[in-house]
Design a protein around this ligand. Sequence first.
Ligand code: ADP
Length: 381
Amino acid sequence: MVQSRVKTLSKMEKRDKLERIKTLDFSFRSAPYRGKRILGANNISFSYDQNTPLISDLDITIGARDRVCVIGKNGKGKTTLLKILAGALSPQTGQVDYNPASIKGFFEQTNVNHLIDSRTIEEEILYSHHDIERQTARNICGVMMFEGDSALKKIGVLSGGEKSRVLLGKLLATPVNLLILDEPTNHLDMDSCDALLAALDSFEGAVIMVTHNEMFLHALAERLIVFQDEKVHIFEGTYQRFLEKEGWEDEKGLVKNISASDDILDAGAKVKKKELRRLRSEIITEKSKTLRPLEQKIAKTENRIEALEKELTEYTEAMQKASEGGTGKKIVELSQAIYASQTSIDNLFDELEALSKELNEKNTYFENRLKQLEIPNGEKE
Ligand code: ADP
């Protein structure tokens, strides 16, 4: 009995985790968009204090499927630029134009005062858009690490990080074609980061994102807006290419700079990075396709065990009563029923163990494949 209880406990923990993984396959909702260009910024300048201009004369055009990352050390003006591109802050010179068909979704960490304290997390997600169904809202809560009943917590009791996950969840519920994201991975765990990366990869619209997350930079960025040396410039290329061609100023000399003189080598490297990114995203998709049926089987097995354990408790109680005054026939019947339930439970636990082992092995297999495809790590900021 004790052993069975220990097993039940660890199984419950496992179930919580599995429930989570099951809901992790998600995507952003894309609003239809046909144009080529979604946003144009011309001659943008901005400073909070006249002596230290943050952005001077910046031009950038964002295409409908662009993946643009904004990089640079903290305090340089990345968030400020994102606010300007999102229309939340007006530049002092220049302007930002949007294609009329654009629908933007802006994720900003500090924007949490838009949330309503008396609502639950699930309600906040539901109210993000009129056609969101309860189950979808629940799934989004799961992705944002509010599994099960924790989705029923009120906004008012949440920490800053939790609130910012709710904001990201609201964005998942809203159909958009331009995502403007300020450090979206900050409060996410590894599983949610993976899910977010896959979702951004397959998003139909344009993405402009501030991030320090190396995996996101390597896997997503096709263009960069670089804050470096008190200047902002556009780098047309991947993050790896940026590290090779320009790199971080204060790391020059430390980083072996692959020379730009060998065009053939450069072109080869570019194709390789692109291929690596594509393969990684394929593997992430394949992983979730392979693991999901296993996880569902595990959940089913666990449910059956739980039902049988309940039944077993009932039989055991009935047996106690029967042995106090029941007939011999009843006792025999109950002891057969108890034996049958126990045997089924044991068999199901064996099955569960085999399934968990298979899940672990497959998970390791995919993780190893992903590791092999890791894009050589550039030096951190
Ligand atoms: P980053 O996103 O690169 O960390 P920010 O855009 O948040 O940089 O900030 C750039 C600079 O502007 C920082 O020095 C910051 O202190 C300053 N700053 C940010 N917001 C304001 C504000 N509302 N008023 C005055 N200064 C600000």
